[in-house]
Design a protein around this ligand. Sequence first.
Ligand code: G3I
Length: 339
Amino acid sequence: ITPIKDALDFPVGVAIDSRETVGNPGKLTLKHFDQITPENHFKPEAWYDADRNFRPSSDAIALMDFARDNDLRVYGHTLLWYAQTPDWFFQDDAGNPLPADATGRAVLSQRLKDHINKVANWLATNYGKFGSATNPIVAFDVVNEVVADTPENPDGLRRSEYFRILGEDHIDLAFQYADQAFNVDHAASGVTRPVKLFINDYNSEQDGKQDRYHALVQRLLARNVPVDGVGHQMHLSMTTPISSLDGALDRFEDLPVVQAVTELDVTLATPITQAQTIDQGYFYRDAFKVFREHELFSATVWGINDTRSWRAEQAPLLFDGQLQAKPAYYGVADPEHLP
Ligand code: G3I
């Protein structure tokens, strides 16, 4: 069967954990994809031991070595997230919540800066400067899921601990720290902006969320915050209108940013039938028809196969539990052979 990467004219990625770097999942990853996203191993809490010491996990090392040794690009995920972050980030020494005053702001912004610096420093020390031939990192989700799901606040932002203490500024700071670390301090000489800095969110294909997301990116750019890219997670279902995917990508084309599809999957209703699995193949075909019509930095599926998905029971991916190609694979790579 045709490698997916040979059927597309933009990089195609897959989210994996370290267990997918070996055996048949490893082979399937290398056959079909140009790029990987660490599904879990680069999340903030994954970098720390129980004593708050920064220590890259063996899983993070395995993923980076796999990418370096096989010439895969790495799309980093993620530096700032309201979830999967150590509780102590937001606490004082006594374990109480940091106050939302100048002291709290100073402590939390320093922790965020230290975190971003340590991640970038470790990656550059062990894999070479960013933009050099040996370093696989091409992009990073700097902030993940900062947009609110509902419209009640005029700023349209999620009420996270980061927001409570730092306000909207937490987003500006994350990008400024990441820019300094990835694109200045550890950049290979002569290479400009080797790591594209993304903001990433879900439901950007839905009207209200899309408005809040677009308004935020517009504000950030107006303040000269170094945002290079907008990520659309695209956790979809069979009832998502294909036109809404086009709408989401169209919407941001008025801004000076690149765009990526970052976490694509398409759930089926349960119990799953063969007819639905075939319909899903046509959905993927139509989605990628839209993606081909836009200039994408990359498009990434959120998992190598159905049993490894966070929504496994709804069979949302391109390969089945036995790693066999589903109609969804044919929809992406070889639509003429859809059943
Ligand atoms: O690795 C531990 C294991 O040691 C432990 O025994 C087990 C018990 O719960 O948990 C394992 O960790 C789980 C991890 O996935 C690895 O499998 C976590 O509990 C579980 O919460 C975690 O779920 C991930 C989830 O994000 C939360 O971080 C999913 O795999 C991952 O697909 C999902 O990805 C998110 C994106 O980062 C952001 N956008 C939405 C997307 C889907 O929720």
